[in-house]
Design a protein around this ligand. Structure first.
Ligand code: 4AD
Ligand code: MG
Length: 481
């Protein structure tokens, strides 16, 4: 007999049929009621064991975490909380779980403890829900772009290009670290290395993505990216997944429209397809916030917050307007910001971003037209900017509780302007000849952005630490599993 997923059993339209369910015991009450979960849904199916006719030896082995197979009759449940249950006729223990040793006890565990047990935390309600939502969101990403005719591009993970300027990089080498070959100048001779040159893990697929956009029109990447920044925050990972669309003939306004439409689509998709999990996560968040002071609690319950993002346009604000708002803000005047905003040109820290979204606008914000010298070399220089106050066609999307979720721009399509910028910043033109070729042959206006997938998952699940929305987080000092 083939087993049926718990999700399908709970959605069943007929009862009194013989069914087989397989899963892991969440709890076993009164020597009679098994709450069985198989990961197909947050909901457990109750399996009622005929304890009088089951050997004591078997009953003892029904412990939290044990894998079991039950065969029985699907009946309407008399108990509260579930529609159906299984009246067990035959029970088989597939894999024992020593109750004394299994770390995931049916009680509240701290998120820190669960992180240390990332291989088992997925057996809890919260992490099961988070990982299902993550999976559905990644499907939604592909579904959005594929429906719109974007081509999915797999940009390289190992690359020699080190000019993105997005962050520090992990080096890739097969040289013996205890006996590095040296050249005549006494430096490491990367000619001897696997690729015959110095290479690293990619920090972004954008530059390669642009070359494809200049042939295929609309492309997107969705893959792992790596940053060796030593930022031990609740928003940074050393290994994270990024989605980077790039579109020929799009300008910055088109880019903002695309980003907003895309984000609203994937959130709507999660709301439509992850109802039970999101409802559970909403409850989890309310519970977690009970112990926090009122001021630190979310303004809206999770589902309301997600619907709010769907129903309201993102507020588009120029960097210059944002600086004026921040300069006149109470935390700036009362010197509550760690970095005070005194003048135009200041880089925005996350405290400023969060003030703008959470306190001032109270909705997602798209900041655009940043000072040229705090942004990457490839961003398009605005026409008619004052000397000394040059701005670029950059945009960052800021989300409540998250801060920056998207970074992007219209790209500098003018060969001469781009070369000038690279020279001024000391970026190697020979190394990036292939990037410059896009501007030498059939250059055109184009734009794109990068969305940090884990930051999206954070927002949708209402979790607060990015380590809790990726299966096995990589952060400074931690690469377990
Ligand atoms: O703003 P970033 O650095 O932009 C780029 O890499 C561009 N090449 C994107 C493009 O225009 N195609 O990164 C984009 C997004 C950020 O807004 C953030 O959401 C996420 O990637 N991100 C991180 N997420 C987790 N951990 C980190 N260390 C991250 N660094 C960036
Ligand atoms: Mg950025």
């Amino acid at each position: 007999m083939r087993h049926t997923k718990v999700k399908d059993l709970l959605n069943s339209t007929t009862t009194l049929q013989e069914v087989n369910a397989k899963g892991w015991v969440r709890t076993f009450r009164n020597n009679q009621f098994i709450a069985l979960n198989d990961g197909s849904t947050i909901n457990n199916i109750q399996c009622v064991v005929d304890f009088e006719n089951t050997p004591e030896e078997t009953l003892k082995r029904i412990t939290t975490g044990a894998a079991v197979s039950v065969i029985g009759t699907l009946v309407e449940s008399k108990g509260a909380g579930q529609k159906y249950e299984i009246q067990v006729n035959k029970l088989e223990i597939l894999g024992d779980s020593d109750a004394e040793k299994f770390p995931m006890q049916p009680k509240k565990h701290s998120l820190e403890f669960l992180r240390e047990n990332a291989h088992l935390r997925v057996r809890t309600n919260a992490f099961g829900a988070i990982m299902r939502v993550r999976s559905v969101l990644s499907y939604a990403v592909h579904s959005y772009f594929q429906q719109k005719g974007f081509v999915y591009v797999n940009t390289p993970i190992i690359t020699g290009a080190d000019a993105e300027g997005a962050g520090e990089m992990f080096q890739v080498t097969s040289l013996p670290l205890d006996n590095l070959p040296k050249n005549e100048e006494g430096n490491i001779d990367f000619k001897e290395d696997f690729f015959g040159k110095h290479t690293n893990l990619t920090v972004s697929g954008q530059l390669e993505g642009e070359t494809f956009a200049m042939a295929l029109g609309q492309i997107y990447t969705f893959g792992p990216t790596f940053r060796a920044e030593n930022s031990n925050t609740s928003r940074h990972l050393a290994e994270f997944w990024m989605i980077e669309p790039e579109v020929a003939f799009n300008d910055l306004d088109d880019n903002m429209d695309l980003a907003e439409d895309f984000i609203q689509y994937v959130i709507k998709y999660a709301l439509d397809n992850c109802g039970d999990d999101l409802k559970f996560l909403e409850g989890r968040l309310l519970e977690e916030e009970k112990s926090k002071p009122q001021a630190d609690r979310s303004e809206m319950p999770l589902l309301e917050k997600l619907n709010f993002v769907l129903e309201n346009n993102f507020k588009r604000v120029s960097y210059t307007e944002a600086i004026d708002i921040l300069r006149d803000s109470t935390p700036n005047k009362k010197k509550k910001f760690s970095y005070l905003i005194n003048e135009w040109g200041a880089d925005l820290q996350s405290e400023h971003e969060r003030y703008l979204v959470e306190k001032h606008f109270k909705c997602p914000v798209i900041l655009y037209d940043y000072p040229a010298n705090i942004k990457a070399f490839y961003m398009r220089l605005n026409d008619n900017t004052e000397p000394g106050r040059e701005t670029v066609r950059a945009m960052d999307i800021l989300f409540p509780g998250i801060g920056e979720i998207v970074g992007g721009s219209e790209r500098e399509e003018r060969y001469d302007v781009l070369v000038q910028k690279m020279e001024a910043l000391g970026i190697d033109k020979e190394e990036l000849y292939w990037y410059l070729d896009t501007r030498r042959f059939g250059s055109a206006t184009h734009a794109g952005f990068g969305l940090g997938f884990e930051r999206l998952v954070l927002f949708v699940t209402g979790m607060t630490n990015i380590r809790d929305v990726i299966p096995f987080p990589r952060t400074p000092g931690s690469a377990e599993f």
